[in-house]
Ligand binder design. Structure first.
Ligand code: ADE
Length: 245
């Protein structure tokens, strides 16, 4: 089985690539090739019996949709796991906490001028749901590792939110628990192509006045919290995905 593992920023997938002074997570992935396609580098690797295609897209909805579509269409991935960081909207989410998206929406998609709800365009849907089986695997990993994994609505938009008012508006309009800049775009692509996907985020900031400072401070640590969890999920997928399907 071929699985896409992606993040938006190099820091978000770096834990998988780093060698030397960092934790050598590369030991998990045996890389055999790199391919440059449409402006990004795709690392082809193996994790046990699984074939992995690893890449970061660059920030935002358009770049992440391009990367997700490339991973599915060009590289033939049959599943996509997204790893990275997010701003907390739910006040219970603290820096370093993990949230798995149970629904994703685009908070900046707005044709309300034509009477449509926020986040909606004709023939689209406001919320897209990740694969239930992958959410179940995540729950199992969390239970086994004693991790308090939250599930919730992740709102995506082409904006870094560092503004309590905008954050409150997103919380109220979409019942959002966390904010980031790629998840819903990847969800749209996978949903359209009927490929199971999962979006995991570790909190790097609270999308408030301190958000830019916190983001810089906690990006690497939170990215690693998220990527370590993804490795544990890959372990389970390697052991059981074929059986449970
Ligand atoms: N990713 C991490 N923190 C974020 C924030 N505050 N806004 C948008 N995306 C983010």
């Amino acid at each position: 089985m071929r699985i896409a593992v992606m993040g938006a920023m190099v820091e978000e997938v770096d834990p998988f690539l780093s060698v030397g002074e960092h934790e050598p997570l590369l030991e998990y992935f045996k890389k055999h090739d790199d391919e440059v396609y449409a402006g990004n580098t795709y690392h082809l690797a193996k994790y046990k019996d699984l074939e992995i295609v690893l890449a970061y897209s660059k920030i935002g909805k358009v770049f992440s949709a391009l990367t997700a579509a490339t991973m599915l269409e060009h590289f033939g991935c049959e599943m996509l796991l997204f790893t990275g960081v997010a701003g907390a909207v739910d006040p219970e989410l603290k820096i370093g906490d993990l949230i798995a998206a149970t629904q994703l929406c685009q908070h900046d998609l707005d044709i309300t001028a034509f009477g449509h709800p926020h986040g909606y365009v004709p023939e689209g849907k406001v919320y897209i749901e990740p694969d239930r089986r992958l959410l179940h695997i995540a729950k199992e990993v969390a239970e086994e590792k004693g991790i308090d994994l939250k599930g919730g609505v992740i709102a995506t938009g082409d904006q870094f939110i560092a503004d309590p008012e905008r954050k409150a508006w997103i919380a109220q309009t979409f019942d959002a628990d966390a904010i980031e800049m790629e998840g819903a775009a990847v969800a749209v692509v996978c949903d359209a192509m009927n490929v199971p996907f999962f979006v995991l985020r570790a909190i790097s900031d609270a999308a408030d006045m301190e958000a830019t400072f916190d983001f810089d401070e906690f990006l690497k640590h939170s990215a690693k919290v998220s990527s370590s969890f993804i490795i544990a999920m890959l372990e389970k997928i390697n052991n059981g995905w074929k059986i449970s399907n």
